[in-house]
Design a protein around this ligand. Structure first.
Ligand code: ADP
Ligand code: ZN
Length: 618
């Protein structure tokens, strides 16, 4: 239990004790009440021996020695009666208001401090309570290196530079170069973000401090902020070093999206920003943050001088999975007959952590069966076991989704490949990245400053290709293509309005601008309603024409869509070269359509592909 909570409970206990004790004391010292009439009667019959007056309150004793208490409404007329009855009178001042306030004030202070302790605790400076709760994991031993990381070469290459910074920070400082402060690794859980950060520390042989973002966020205001300061004090003392903040979105989420502990998180975030802005150049502390929700991060975190490098760590593709399998089977005795590529092909969508888990399960299974080495069947068993767990979560929908994405991307790619005057294909992937489900990447052959009409129309067709392929194969439309359609419409719109490329509208430039008009945003054009309608019609005509032409093209190459989608489903990511192999296969088989039955073609293609795959992996 937290020390602070203990103190709070103790105070509550003391308060209750105090209140009870006070009441008991009052009970003890207060004589029983007697009515005023009764008192007057007793006084008349000379029963009363003495009274003590305190304001209107009257305490007395009768002849038998019984004490009592009553209240007189009319003191001036009572005094003569008491005197004539020869009662012994004593008196004191009525208690001042101030005296009555003392116990109240005391109680108030007590309650307030209890409340403070439970809600804030900042009044105590947070100092005493902090030490034993706040844990930074420092790791000098069990250092990882880049050899432990596989399948994310692109990210790893980017990070090699950081290792160099850490190793040669003096040199960089001398030259006055600005050493990066923060790197944000974003990607799904288990893809090796923590591992990468550890490996950087291991490669550079510097201390590694790990803390989870949620460790900062406490229910007591100010604690998070002071932990941040503490952490950085430690880091600066041991610079050069790596500070790794896992799940940084716990502190760094957008300020508006706050729930209860919103103010606390803001303070913590501000402390972090202040610390990151405040490094002197000779303090080489590199902060690595990890998140799988980059979309909810506060933009302030991503400004220059903070986490200005953002790297995406995606789920590994086939090639990556093979490499990760290699890393994790290194310490395991595996059967020489084991084909890691085949295993990797059977586990699409597995993260690095899933693969580590798979190898571990397989080794356990083999050990249970008292085998000499881990065999394929052990991997199969382990896979089934893990998949079954995953299935319940999301794999079932994923398979259907994956097919759709594969056909969608195949559509983009085929249109881009078949039409002339388009940018060259670079990469096609069905691995989700950030907000995009899949991606067909093209690179311009050369930097273009002017665009031909053909190029622009083909660009529209490439964008529409994804949705059209889905429509042809699955016979229904999905919302996944909304961005594509919007982009296509935008090109058509600019083609008509800005670039004057439409014969129907002519070469007048119709500028649509958003203007600030009397404080509200208005879309204003330098054209009439009628022209606006004409423009709309023309834009729609262009998009519709492109759609029809693209649909015809893709229907003509229906089989190619299926082939490419199939290859994508297996390989997940293919590059331009692999795309060419698929194209070649397809074209060849099309040429000798008659003497090349489908089956023959398929096995040819698959053979080429697996040869190719092995080639890549070699
Ligand atoms: P994240 O921080 O992205 O959630 P971790 O770095 O904690 O993922 O990964 C958990 C474990 O999964 C690692 O310790 C490692 O054993 C394994 N792993 C994940 N990604 C990889 C990878 N790219 N290469 C090798 N092992 C990996
Ligand atoms: Zn698309």
């Amino acid at each position: 239990m937290n020390n602070r909570i203990q103190l709070g409970l103790l105070l509550i206990f003391l308060t209750i004790l105090g209140v009870l004790g006070y009441n008991a004391w009052l009970w003890e010292t207060t004589p029983p009440e007697r009515s005023y009439t009764e008192f007057l009667t007793d006084l008349g019959s000379s029963q009363i021996t003495s009274v003590h007056l305190k304001g209107g309150e009257l305490r007395g004793e009768d002849k038998i020695g019984r004490q009592f208490r009553t209240f007189t409404p009319d003191l001036p007329t009572l005094i003569p009666k008491l005197l004539s009855a020869e009662v012994n009178i004593t008196a004191e001042q009525p208690p001042a208001l101030f005296d009555r306030l003392i116990p109240m004030t005391f109680l108030m202070i007590l309650l307030t401090s209890i409340w403070l302790i439970f809600t804030k605790g900042s009044f105590s400076g947070g100092k005493i309570w902090k030490e034993n709760r706040f844990q930074v994991r420092a790791e000098p031993a069990d250092m990882k290196t880049f050899a432990d990381v596989a399948g994310i070469d692109e990210v790893q290459d980017e990070l090699k530079e950081i290792v160099d910074f850490l190793k040669n920070h003096e040199k960089y400082n001398l030259l006055g170069g600005r050493i990066p402060k923060g790197v944000l690794l974003q990607g799904p859980p288990g893809t090796g973000k923590t591992l990468l950060a550890r490996a950087i520390a291991g490669e550079a042989v510097v201390p590694f401090y790990l803390i989870g973002g949620s460790d900062f966020v406490e229910m007591f205001a100010g604690v998070g902020a002071s932990r941040v300061r503490e952490l950085f004090r430690l880091a600066k003392k041991n610079a050069p070093c790596i500070v790794f903040i896992d799940e940084i979105d716990a502190i760094g989420s957008k300020r508006s999206s706050g729930n209860g502990s919103h103010e606390e998180r803001e303070q913590t975030l501000n402390a972090l920003l202040v610390e990151m802005d405040g490094f002197a150049s000779n303090e080489t502390v590199i902060v690595i943050g990890a998140t799988n929700r980059p979309d909810i991060l506060d933009p302030a975190l991503l400004r220059p001088g903070r986490f200005d490098r953002q790297l995406t760590v995606s789920l590994p593709n086939l090639h990556g999975r093979v490499k990760i399998l290699e890393v994790h089977t290194r310490p395991v005795t595996i059967s020489p007959a084991l084909n890691l590529t085949v295993i990797a092909q059977g586990i699409p969508g597995f993260s690095g952590a899933d693969i580590a888990n798979l190898v571990n399960e397989a080794a356990l299974t083999a050990a249970r069966l008292k085998k000499q080495s881990v065999e394929m069947s052990d991997f199969e068993d382990a896979k089934d076991k893990i998949m079954m767990g995953l299935e319940r979560k999301n794999a079932a929908i994923n398979e259907k989704e994956r097919r759709k994405i594969a056909y969608h991307e195949a559509g983009h790619a085929i249109v881009a490949r078949l039409l002339p005057d388009t940018d060259e294909l670079h990469k096609i992937t069905i691995i989700p990245r950030g907000m995009a489900l899949g991606l067909t990447q093209q690179i311009p052959i050369e930097e273009r400053y002017t665009y031909s009409l053909i190029y622009l129309l083909n660009r529209i067709k490439v964008l529409l290709g994804g949705r059209i392929a889905e429509a042809i194969v699955f016979n229904h439309l999905s919302t996944g293509a909304a961005n594509d359609i919007a982009a296509a419409t935008d090109i058509a719109n600019r083609l008509v309005c800005e670039w004057g490329m439409s014969s129907a509208i002519g070469s007048t430039v119709y500028r649509q601008q958003q203007q600030q008009f009397l404080g509200s945003l208005e879309t204003k054009g330098n054209f009439s309603e009628a022209t606006a309608r004409e423009i709309d019609l023309e834009v729609r005509r262009i998009v519709n024409d492109c759609y029809a032409e693209t649909e015809k093209l893709l229907r003509n190459h229906n089989r190619l869509i299926h082939e490419l989608a199939e290859v994508l489903l297996i390989n997940e990511t293919i590059d331009a070269e692999e795309m060419e192999i698929v194209m070649e296969c397809y074209m060849n088989s099309k040429k000798n359509e008659k003497n090349c039955p489908d089956e023959q073609y398929k096995s040819d293609c698959l053979e080429t592909k697996s040869n190719r795959t092995e080639e890549i992996l070699a």
